[in-house]
Ligand binder design. Sequence first.
Ligand code: 9MR
Length: 371
Amino acid sequence: MKKRFVVLGAAFCMFAMAFAEGGKTMREAFADKFLIGVALNTRQVTTKNPEVQALIRDQFSSVVAENCMKAAEVQPEEGVFDFTDGDKLCDLAEKNGQAVIGHCLVWHSQAPRWMFRDKDGKQVSREVLIQRMKDHIYKVVGHFKGRVKGWDVVNEAIEGNGEFRKSPYYRIIGPEFIRLAFQFAHEADPNVELYYNDYGMDSPRKREAVVKMVKDLKAHGCRIDAVGMQSHVGFDTPLDEYEKSLEAFAAAGVKVMVTELDLSVLPWPKGNYGAAIETNFDYKKEMDPYTEGLPADKQKEQDDFYAKLFDIYLRHSEDVTRVTFWGLTDADSWKNNFPVRGRTDYPLAFDRDMKPKPFVNTIIEMAENAK
Ligand code: 9MR
């Protein structure tokens, strides 16, 4: 009796081990569906920790720089370029056989201060800003030519109400800055893919405006390969509207990329899950309820929501070419500091111990069962 118990126990352990070892990674499971990506900071890119290295290599087929390829980082002073960290990301990706996505060329945020001012501190003319934008794009796209698969050319140019964001690029150049940016990027590397990237894409007005922009770019003969839906989502993100946007972008003749996926579990001060980084609220304990760990019911809610998102992506896998998580583990997510500083959020696929959340297995199974 006792022996049988031991044998059964051993058999169970072997089965459990075989399951754990034989289970596919996200990278393997999504290989014939779409790229599965992760945004990395430079600490992660250069880490000597073998566990972190393995997680990046085994689970993801694509990487993007969380910050180090942004304009303020690569051109801190006019004409002074620093590609050190971007090159390190490319080195890692090449070693791992991963596609590198360039993020981002033209964005009102994390643009260097000098970009919009002359040496006396006055706003530059339209001609000067166009020239600076052109020089920046030529130099950056030129540097990473052959190493980067595609660029977020213009980031967050449209507001939730469908109007153009009144950014310095818009105010100084006019709406043509978008077309010019795409044109310059294509001139700098005719082989690189070009994307428009934005958040809050479930908004119907934003959807219409982005579709109009895509059509306008195409009408002017510009290359645009995909629209990036950032997807900083929350439990109240309306998935029907979100899916309608995905379908509308595909119908406009571009691919769709989910570029910055994360799902916050924390309360939001105003009930609107955007990514306008200028938003910030004071810390209050009641806004930070899970400092000791995520309760099981909240984890379940997150698992279910992620399953719904991946159901959408898999049903549209003809049009969706990449799904990228905005961060490796919960510990590193920008959401711990947005829109309130110093909270404990749980938005990503891997927890603070680098263990996969339950939904990771679910979406792997969904990918394997999808036609
Ligand atoms: O995750 C990024 C964070 O580390 C930076 O502090 C922040 C500064 O702008 O940018 C974050 O990434 C943003 C991305 O580049 C564009 N979409 C919104 C992302 C979250 O703010």
